[in-house]
Design a protein around this ligand. Structure first.
Ligand code: GLA
Length: 396
């Protein structure tokens, strides 16, 4: 997305919808995860990059005690009196902005937003081009863009990691998806031309620059997933079950990140097989994420590609979060010249593959994978050549 252009257009739309110019327009990106899947809520390592797909949010203040949100994508408006915002989401797109509102108010950030602010309120317009349900984190981008907009109404500034935690809380408590911190963190703190190795327990992060001769090619299987409820939460429960078993032997295992492959060797037989497999994926994928960052740092692309291949196999066989279409997409990628590494990215059960491809091969790579995928599945995939981008910011 050209955020400057999108922000100017959204400001004009906002003016038409609400009869007021916005006090600011903010943008927050989607993301792709290079490696480390479902490790975030286990306190482990992930290595995502923000991408140049984003949500923009335009906001103005009101004086009638109403919170009104307009989505350009759905051409729909949802509004509530500030003292009558539903306490929980209703599986609608508007859960994301209202979830953020509720979390900010619970934090005591309520200047102009609070239920008692009969004269406060806001109008918010949202537009995004992150494909929905494709594993590129459209939800975090909506949450974080909304957060910047509502913080501007309240006149409050927060550091990126704090915003990420609050946006995650909105998704956990209001939307009802039990996600970890990765998506919101990278939406807030992403850096251009770089992935971020994030320690999801301490929230310390370090840049993992992507070599300039590599392209990030994203291939969408077009198989949609949904995270509110369903398989994602089941996997998370299984991971917690494994943690509890290991903790009963080693009480210092607070999160699965604290466990080692040796712990699993020793006590894995006490778990149901599916729980053992989930734990094996988490423990090894967190280690792979750290190793991948080290490989990037020393420019060892062969090792990086190998780690991505192992990560895909582990996600498919142990975590059982892939799908036949994604496996095919990765297999097709492996047959193309110029590929460094390919795997299914994001929460799983559909969505996109991430491919690191030598720049000069990137276009032919995308064309060849798309063509073969369509021939074999009858589905026409979207293929995007992306760049690692900056995190959330004020645009206008
Ligand atoms: C989703 C969640 C993240 C993370 C990934 C899997 O994107 O929102 O917190 O768990 O799945 O790595």
């Amino acid at each position: 997305m050209d955020t400057a252009k999108a922000a100017a257009e959204l400001a004009a739309t906002h003016q038409e919808q609400f009869g007021e110019a916005p006090i600011g327009v903010f943008a927050a990106p989607g993301r792709v995860n290079l490696i480390g899947e479902h490790t975030d809520y286990a306190g482990g390592f992930v290595m995502p990059a923000a991408i140049d797909f984003a949500t923009v949010a335009a906001v103005s203040r009101r004086m009638d005690g109403v919170a009104s949100v307009y989505s350009v994508n759905f051409d729909k408006r949802v509004e509530f009196a500030l003292d009558a915002v539903p306490p929980k989401g209703s599986h609608e797109w508007s859960d994301y902005p209202f979830g953020v509102l509720e979390v900010l108010r619970a934090e005591g950030i309520d200047g102009g937003l609070g239920a008692a602010a009969k004269q406060g309120g806001f109008s918010l317009s949202l537009f995004g081009d992150v494909p929905l349900g494709a594993g590129l984190s459209s939800s975090a981008s909506i949450e974080v863009a909304t957060m910047l907009a509502l913080l501007a109404v309240a006149g409050v500034e927060l550091p990126g990691p704090k915003m990420a935690l609050l946006a995650q809380r909105a998704e956990n408590t209001y939307v009802g998806a039990n996600c970890g911190i990765m998506d919101q963190f990278i939406a807030c703190c992403g850096k251009r031309d770089s992935a971020l190795l994030l320690d999801c327990r301490s929230l310390e992060s370090k840049l993992a620059p992507i070599p300039t001769n590599l392209s990030l090619v994203i291939c969408n299987t077009m198989v949609k997933h949904s995270h509110a409820g369903g398989e994602y939460n089941t996997r998370r429960a299984e991971v917690e079950q494994a943690t509890a078993t290991l903790r009963s032997h080693r009480p210092e295992i607070a999160l699965l990140r604290d466990a080692t492959p040796a712990d699993l060797e020793q006590w894995g037989h006490e778990m149901p097989l599916n729980v053992l497999k989930r734990a094996r994926h988490i423990i090894t994928d967190s280690l792979r994420a750290e190793a991948a960052a080290a490989a990037l740092e020393r420019g060892d692309l062969e090792a990086l590609g190998q780690l991505m291949a192992e990560a895909h196999a582990s996600y498919r066989d142990d975590f059982e979060a892939s799908c036949p279409e994604a496996d095919l997409m990765v297999e097709l990628a492996n047959q193309q010249p110029g590929l460094v590494g390919a795997r299914l990215t994001g929460g799983g059960f559909g969505g996109c593959t991430v491919n690191l491809v030598e720049e000069q091969h990137a276009r032919a790579f995308g064309d060849a994978v798309a063509k073969a995928y369509e021939q074999q599945t009858g589905i026409k995939p979207d293929v995007f050549q992306c760049h690692a981008s900056d995190g959330a910011k004020k645009v206008l």
